[in-house]
Design a protein around this ligand. Structure first.
Ligand code: C2O
Length: 575
């Protein structure tokens, strides 16, 4: 049978039986069919009711559960006024870039009344990922977990959990998030910050008019639970902790890591982290809060609030009154605790054993050095804008603020028309080098364009991403589509090509799809470009993506038949 033993304990009823799965046997795995109806749903939080774009009327959206090796066939039907696409964040999409989802990169959006079937196989991945809308800010309400179980009969490389639960962080605006970003783009200023963070869609008791909207995790003493943490917030990296409990990190971005214990985890938008929670051996006569709040390094305004859920032990007898139990609250690091962030990320290491090797590229064919950070564009029509000094906020990679084309890059490439919508000359290093983390240069203006890096199939890439202090140093969670990469090094200040590579970890670096470029520092990643297609790379802080902190890699076909991008599906949406 195709029904997976995925427990739905202590989970909001909305999550239950949300999707119908009709498994059928395919080679190696099964094929799982899902239906995503994009439609409006009234949702109330913080005493504000709004009609929002959802999948199947659910918020958060339905959970996708599959096993490594399975094929997913997901029909998305658009019943709302907005154009939409869905991205399966972290899924490799080997040769199936058509199913990746970023609007105007791998596909034209699905227009009102239209549908599109996303069809792909999960190859060599197991763990937690998530799906989300990939156009404008629609992902603020259109997102949900992807749970990839190991192949049947293959155990986890850690204690078998008694039960599992996704914990998906989100961000809630009382206003319509589409109006929030539209206004920011128009005025050139920063967007209004969110009104709350959420856990599985619930802000929890620390907000006004919200106590009844609290996620509760009910547990038994003396058991191990697997929590699948997902940061689907738009603009904030988050610290997360459960009072009086230790977490064991076992996986990041659907790759197992060497287990380590911690009281607090840091998770950037776009990252996922699996942790084991060992409950107290005896009924503790207490209730525990789990909370999350932001890690902030930039100069801009941010939502300085705290989301809370409740860890509740099942009481052994009815006579114990829950209300009288003391409530413990976790202590989270300071908002700008960069040394915690550094320490935490340094602990993440690949398992790197015989069963789960770390295939770190040992030689490099092409080196890239990208600056990432904020900048400005001139205000249009001689007016005054609300960005720095009357300009408009922009963001860039190597000073190129990326403009999305009006047709999809992957389609243009497949039809041999790439040069009509983009140019293949994305700079491999800054055109004008400067002291990236020192006194900001006088000119903060970016250039605008649709430029790609073109890579031959199987190029081994090393990429240094360097934060800039042009408008204040800030940590940027960079996400690469189509690949996992190895995080071989990181540091503060300017990257030193003569000294820093000597300290790279080429043995057991963490393998992931989203990495925080340290505030005022750099990170070095390596990946093998073995997946033909057009692959987006961008800051997963949505406001920075909106401002242009994004670019794309074009990986060419290899010579062998199985090294080529597959032909587009017949229902691929048209622009
Ligand atoms: Cu989760 Cu391009 O994004």
């Amino acid at each position: 049978m195709g029904v997976l033993p995925f427990p739905s304990f202590a989970f909001p009823a909305l999550f239950l039986f949300s999707v119908i799965i009709f498994p059928s046997v395919a080679q190696g795995g099964v094929t799982r069919h899902y239906h995503f109806e994009i439609k409006y749903q009234n949702v109330t939080r913080l005493c504000h009711t709004k009609s929002m774009v959802t999948v199947n009327g659910q918020f958060p959206g339905p959970r996708i559960v599959a096993r490594e090796g399975d094929r997913l066939v997901i029909k998305v039907v658009n019943h709302v006024q907005n154009n939409i696409t869905i991205h399966w964040h972290g899924i490799r999409q080997l040769r199936t870039g058509w199913a990746d989802g970023p609007a105007y990169v791998t596909q034209c959006p699905i227009q009102t009344g239209q549908s599109y079937v996303y069809n792909y196989t999960i190859v060599g991945q197991r763990g937690t990922l998530f799906w989300h809308a990939h156009i404008s800010w629609l992902r603020s309400t259109v997102y949900g977990p992807i749970v990839i179980l190991p192949k049947r009969g293959v155990p986890y490389p850690f204690t078998k959990p008694y039960k599992e639960a996704p914990i998906i962080f989100g961000e809630w605006w009382n206003a319509d998030p589409e109006a929030v970003i539209a206004q920011a783009i128009q005025t050139g200023g920063g967007p209004n910050v969110s009104d709350a963070y959420t856990i599985n869609g619930f802000p929890g008791p620390l907000y006004n008019c919200s106590a009844k909207d609290t996620f509760k995790l009910k547990v038994k003493p003396g058991r191990t639970y697997l929590l699948r943490l997902i940061n689907a917030a738009l603009n904030d990296e988050l610290f997360f902790s459960i009072a009086n409990h230790t977490l064991t990190v076992v996986e990041a971005d659907a790759v197992y890591v060497k287990p380590f214990e911690t009281n607090t985890i840091l998770i950037t938008p776009g990252q996922t982290t699996n942790v084991l929670l060992k409950t107290k051996s005896h009924y503790p006569k207490a209730t525990f809060l789990m909370t999350a709040r932001p890690y902030v390094t930039g100069l801009g305004t941010f939502d300085n609030s705290t989301v809370a859920g409740i860890l509740e032990y099942e009481s052994p007898s009815k006579s114990l009154h829950l209300k009288k139990l003391p409530l413990f609250k976790p202590l989270l690091p300071a908002l700008n605790d960069t040394s915690f962030a550094t320490n935490f990320t340094n602990k993440l290491r690949s398992l790197a054993n015989a069963q789960f090797p770390a295939n770190v590229p040992q030689k490099v064919d092409k080196h890239f050095f990208f600056t990432v950070g904020l900048g400005t564009n001139p205000c249009q029509n001689n007016q005054t804008c609300q960005g720095p000094n009357g300009t408009m906020f922009a963001a860039s990679v190597n000073n190129v603020s990326f403009t999305l084309p009006t047709t999809a890059l992957l389609q243009a490439h497949y039809l041999g028309q790439s040069n009509e919508v983009s140019s293949p000359d994305f700079p491999s290093s800054p055109l004008i080098p400067f002291n990236y983390t020192g006194t900001p240069p006088n000119n903060s203006m970016v250039s605008n364009g649709t430029k790609l890096v073109v890579l031959p199939f199987n190029t081994s890439v090393e990429l240094i991403m360097q934060d800039t202090s042009i408008l204040g140093a800030e940590s940027h969670p960079l996400h690469l589509h189509g690949f996992n990469f190895f995080v071989v090094g990181q540091g503060f200040g300017n990257f030193d090509p003569n000294k820093d590579p000597a300290n790279f970890n080429l043995v057991d670096p963490v393998e992931r799809n989203t990495v925080g470029v340290p505030s005022g520092g750099w990170v070095a990643i390596r990946f093998l470009a073995d997946n033909p297609g057009v692959w987006f790379m961008h800051c997963h802080l949505e406001v920075h993506t909106s401002w242009g902190l994004k670019m794309a890699w074009l990986v060419l076909d290899g010579k062998l038949p199985n090294q080529k991008l597959l032909p587009p599906p017949s229902d691929l949406p048209k622009c």
